[in-house]
Ligand binder design. Sequence first.
Ligand SMILES: Nc1ncnc2c1ncn2[C@@H]1O[C@H](COP(=O)(O)OP(=O)(O)OP(=O)(O)O)[C@@H](O)[C@H]1O
Ligand SMILES: [Mg+2]
Length: 183
Amino acid sequence: MSLIITGSPGVGKHTIAKSLAKALDYEIFDINKIALESKLYEKTNETNDVDIIKLKKILKKKISKKSIIVGHLAPYALTKSQVSKAIILRKSPYKLSQIYKKRKYSKKKIAENLASEILGIITYDTIKKFGKNKSFQIDTSSKSISKVTKTITDILNGKSKKELIDWLSVVTEKKDLQTFFSY
Ligand SMILES: Nc1ncnc2c1ncn2[C@@H]1O[C@H](COP(=O)(O)OP(=O)(O)OP(=O)(O)O)[C@@H](O)[C@H]1O
Ligand SMILES: [Mg+2]
């Protein structure tokens, strides 16, 4: 059974996966890369639709016990029995918005991804798919790469502490709802 690292774009999935793969001697499988290489993307302007059925079949063949599967498509491309733990990396929408601006995402893409992170869409889908017990959220906003890596190895060793992350409350308290949801 393999480990999943998921979360919104820019939360640090690939950075953490690399660090963790090195620490554990695991192999990384990048779902996006596999989908691209296997030509499973149907590109329509800004949205990318993936052939999930084909993706599921390909992943089933590729993954092993010591796999780290990276990507926001993870909850849709894997079954519960294939996964031992699902790590959901989260990042404050304030920090995430800076990363998106640096990446030169369009205003629409920024607004959509921030709204999704604030509402916790990927978190919701991950917990729904893999269950509460297997799902762990980590706020990476002010943690170093090594700290996040250590937190994950602790979780794998059963020394798990559950973080509760609620950006909607944070944004509401700061009276920034309008800012994030006015697109
Ligand atoms: N724990 C961390 N502490 C500080 N900065 C981090 C941390 N993890 C990642 N970063 C930085 O955050 C940025 C985004 O990281 P990364 O590209 O790994 O995200 P990603 O989730 O893989 O994004 P995408 O979904 O677009 O592939 C990078 O600039 C990276 O250096
Ligand atoms: Mg990445």
